[in-house]
Design a protein around this ligand. Sequence first.
Ligand SMILES: O=C(O)CCC(=O)C(=O)O
Length: 255
Amino acid sequence: MTPADRRDWNDRGWIHCVDVVGPAQLDVLRRSVDQLDAWATTGGPGLHHFESTEGGPVVARSEHFADVHRDLGEFVRGAQVADVLAELFGEPAVLFKEKVNYKHPGGGGFAPHQDATAYRFVDHHISVMVPLDPATIASGCLFFAPGHLGGAMPTDDRGRVDEPFAATLDWQPVEAQPGDMVFFDSYAPHHSGTNRTDRPRRALYLTYNAASKGDHRAAYYADKTAEFARADGTFDGARVRISVNDDFLGRPVTS
Ligand SMILES: O=C(O)CCC(=O)C(=O)O
């Protein structure tokens, strides 16, 4: 991390590291995510969620794969990410959850939210977004609003930042290329749009907490699986869920 990264982190709540994942590593990650995508449709390991697009049903998200996919597990728990996290937390980090958002062509975006409201068991996390395809305004990159690290914002009953409040925020697009990493705080408000291109916009989202706060990954996934099962994987029968909060703007389907 450079002094400018540190300043960005403190002032904004995210840092954009450019060209830090090499081509060989990217190849491994892309091949691995292709395997996850195939596992999703063939009943393979991991937790997989689907959405309907103009092109038909596609995988929207895969998660909980770090223990069942060797290459992904090595990256997720590897030194490259761990070193930056240790600087940001001021101590070693432990994995909290891991997911891939595929955002296939026509795949939905996400309403303004703070991740902290969906991540139980510990009150502060840091995530890193690792794009495997160009994340642009057209393909549905992240938008962040800087300087809101003081705590939880007002939310509606779906866990989204209240619309009138969200409308006052200074949203900034963070376009990122394969090879980049974007680290962001779990209180940094963010949203994203639909993928309007004809190529997927795949990205890993890896989330960690400070090791001194404990290892909650198993409890997080047990709790989430139980919560999804209670309402048959829906928000009270109204909408298929892909996440704890109802912030997904696509058309989720069961398969
Ligand atoms: O992948 C995206 O476009 C946004 C992801 C996001 O905010 C989330 O998964 O909570």
